[in-house]
Design a protein around this ligand. Sequence first.
Ligand SMILES: [Mn+2]
Length: 271
Amino acid sequence: MKIAAVYALVEETTFKAAVRAPLLEVLDLMHRLGFDGIEINIPDPFKVDVTKLSKNLKNYGLELSAISTGLSYVNYGLSLTHPSKEVRGKSIEFFIKYSEIASTIEGSNKVVIGLARGKSEGRPLNDVIQLLKEGIRVILEKTENNGTIFLLEPINRYETDIINTIDEALPLIKEYKRLKLLYDTYHMTIEDTSPYDAILKADGHIGYVHVAENNRLAPGMGMLDWERILYRLLRVGYNDYVSIEAIPKPSYEEMLRTGIWTLRSLLPKVI
Ligand SMILES: [Mn+2]
């Protein structure tokens, strides 16, 4: 298994579960701690200097494990199910651009569909799911040449009401070849019978993993059984990135250090 952590490419945001600090400092620390990759949450993909970012990651020996996209929703209100067709179109354009960046920078060529799917905002759920499906269909069609894998992430009920569980995500995932499941230990601790059983439900469909404790702190700072989680991931055939998406407390340095130490110390036992 490879280990990454989520970095927010922005100075100001209300989104808490990501590292926010000068990029080069973070890359340097992640390199020294032995991370394999970095997941970058990009608010506006049209404002990124891709050549420079790519070069920076290469200099520190880190792959781009995935691009996450929630900040396009948190910071600009863009979503694939927004009531306005114009805003949905803009969100689709963003996803196409995210895909282009993911396929350009060395790494997994994966893009997360998380908070940027939006919320129902009182509309019938079926109608909203139709909008989401339509958005995903267009994105997949227009990014075929990039070959990007898109990751649909069930998110807990306090953050969205569209697709909270693995059972709700699977029918959509089975419809599209380049759409996989993003399994997040924190969300599944809230939504499923247990985060451990959730892995078995997702059998064969997991394309990426976010890890954080029940309190959304780094692995090792809460009550989850990480050996059981890693073992179960391997049992269903998942042996790719686990990406630490945690609140950077007591500091981002401590979060990264404790997170990777907790996971790394178990990996020789489970691989
Ligand atoms: Mn997540």
